[in-house]
Design a protein around this ligand. Structure first.
Ligand SMILES: [Zn+2]
Length: 160
């Protein structure tokens, strides 16, 4: 994805108040992120324990910022991330909740989804997949994983 500025991030939210967007703390490594290897920027607020954010580019090149609520617990069984869709994850997955944008959200309408706890999806999608058969094109499959992650994250952002 293209590099974002502090302002890009704070003005992209569709389900956060102006105050919530102003109060957020950027990820500690913000100045050294490798944007080429990210399909979305997701992080947990270093200061507000139950808050997390994801900035997702849509296929039209728009940015959708989503404010999430961390559930404070993890599922009892091993869950699969609905974004990177990887069943052999090296990290935890939690059920994140997002308030819907606009009126629906004001009425308490939320949408939940299982996502890698620290939004490791971009990194996971870039791991080479298993070689299923001789001649299996690992690089092509890897690119497909990345493309699918972009689609799933964008579809969720639009749903919010
Ligand atoms: Zn994931």
């Amino acid at each position: 994805m293209l590099a974002l500025t502090d302002k890009d991030i704070r003005t992209s939210f569709i389900n956060a108040s102006r105050k919530e967007a102003a109060d957020l703390t950027l990820p500690a490594e913000f100045d050294s992120l490798d944007w080429d290897r990210l399909d979305l920027l997701g992080w947990r607020d270093p200061k507000l324990e139950r808050r997390a954010y994801a900035i997702v580019p849509t296929l039209e090149g728009e940015l959708i910022g989503i404010l999430f609520r961390h559930p404070g617990s993890r599922p009892r069984t091993r869950a699969q991330c609905s974004w990177c869709n990887d069943a052999t994850l090296p990290n935890d997955v939690v059920l994140y909740n997002a308030k819907r944008a606009g009126k629906a959200g004001k009425n308490g309408n939320t949408v939940g989804t299982l996502i890698c706890e620290d939004f490791e999806c971009s990194r996971n999608a870039r791991r080479p997949p298993k070689t299923w058969y001789e001649g299996f094109d690992v690089e092509e499959a890897r690119l497909l994983q990345v493309a699918e992650l972009q689609l799933r994250a964008a579809a969720f952002a639009v749903q919010v």
